[in-house]
Write a protein that binds this ligand. Structure first.
Ligand code: CMP
Length: 140
């Protein structure tokens, strides 16, 4: 299995509760390496662009409001099978359906305020990484 990179976001519900370190700890313990990381405040335009694929969904406006409600920590994770591994450690989008011991099961407040984001494919990971980081900021 080749080394992959994926984009991870610690969402505003988690930064508000000072859970950034606890979430990164789960990711690192799963064998993922943080090769880039920054804490930023998304603008409405950035949130709308990042989640553009969900534009037609009924939760789009609320999702963008939530994602701009406080700081996020965006990260590039590297490791074997990083996209799938990150999604496994995060758990299902809906915390009530997430497996025990996953980030969302243990930390998420709701299906929207679900503490973490992870790219859903290697192709989307490349797009999402380029959205937040330049190549010079990725230090493996
Ligand atoms: P994420 O993995 O970042 O991808 C899209 C986000 O939309 C998702 O996590 C949730 O934060 C949010 N989301 C997905 N489904 C719903 C839903 N049914 N209601 C509200 N928010 C949702």
């Amino acid at each position: 299995m080749a080394t992959e990179r994926t984009l991870s976001i610690v969402k505003p519900d988690a930064t508000r509760r000072n859970l950034t370190g606890a979430i990164v700890d789960r990711l690192e313990k799963a064998g993922l390496r943080v090769v880039a990381q920054k804490r930023i405040q998304l603008t409405r335009a950035q949130a709308e662009q990042f989640y553009g694929v969900h534009k037609a969904r009924p939760f789009f406006d609320s999702l963008c409001k939530f994602m701009t409600s406080g700081p996020v920590v965006v990260q590039v994770l590297e490791g074997e099978n990083a996209v799938a591994k990150n999604r496994e450690v995060m758990g299902a989008t809906d915390p009530s359906k997430a497996a025990p011991g996953t980030i969302r099961k243990d930390f998420a407040e709701s299906i929207e305020a679900n503490s973490a984001h992870g790219s859903d494919s290697a192709e989307n990971a490349a797009v999402e990484i380029a959205f937040f980081f330049s190549g010079l900021e990725l230090v493996g």
